[in-house]
Design a binder for this molecule. Structure first.
Ligand SMILES: [Zn+2]
Ligand SMILES: [Zn+2]
Length: 148
């Protein structure tokens, strides 16, 4: 299954093949700042499953992660792990924004107070334990999920 998406102006387009490693909503302060939004809802894919075209800019928000954005319209595309393993793409940018549904919230300890969550999903105060799927991925011997 292939899912496509892109930025506001259309200059950046991406393509994701197969099933995401996970689909989560991150409430960490860095995601809030990087997105200019209360949280970052994203589907995490193996980088080998992704194709990105267009004027993609990159900003290192930490030693582990680069934030991707469209250099033309400024849309925040997602986050790219510099260790070459995975990348998260914003759910809202898929041509079908309902293609993926989050299964949990992470870094709920940073959640903005006025945001009320009643979706019944687990809310991890920090990053969740590494799921088996990610552990078995090649080259994922880097430190597990952390605040980026
Ligand atoms: Zn754009
Ligand atoms: Zn985050």
């Amino acid at each position: 299954m292939i899912h496509e998406g892109g930025c506001l102006c259309g200059a950046v387009r991406f393509r994701a093949e197969g099933t995401p490693l996970n689909v989560r909503v991150c409430h960490c302060r860095t995601c809030q700042k990087a997105l200019g939004a209360p949280f970052f809802a994203r589907a995490l894919f193996d980088q080998r499953a992704l194709t990105l075209d267009g004027p993609v800019g990159r900003y290192p928000s930490s030693a582990a992660l680069e934030r991707l954005f469209c250099q033309r319209c400024g849309t925040r595309i997602g986050a790219w792990r510099v260790n070459g393993t995975a990348a998260g793409l914003a759910l809202a940018l898929f041509d079908d924004p309902t293609a993926f549904t989050p299964t949990e919230h992470i870094w709920a300890s940073d959640k903005i107070a006025w945001l009320a969550l009643d979706d019944g999903l687990p809310q991890h105060l920090e990053g969740p334990p590494m799921p088996a799927g990610e552990m078995s991925a090649p080259a994922s011997n880097a430190p597990p999920l952390r605040r980026d």
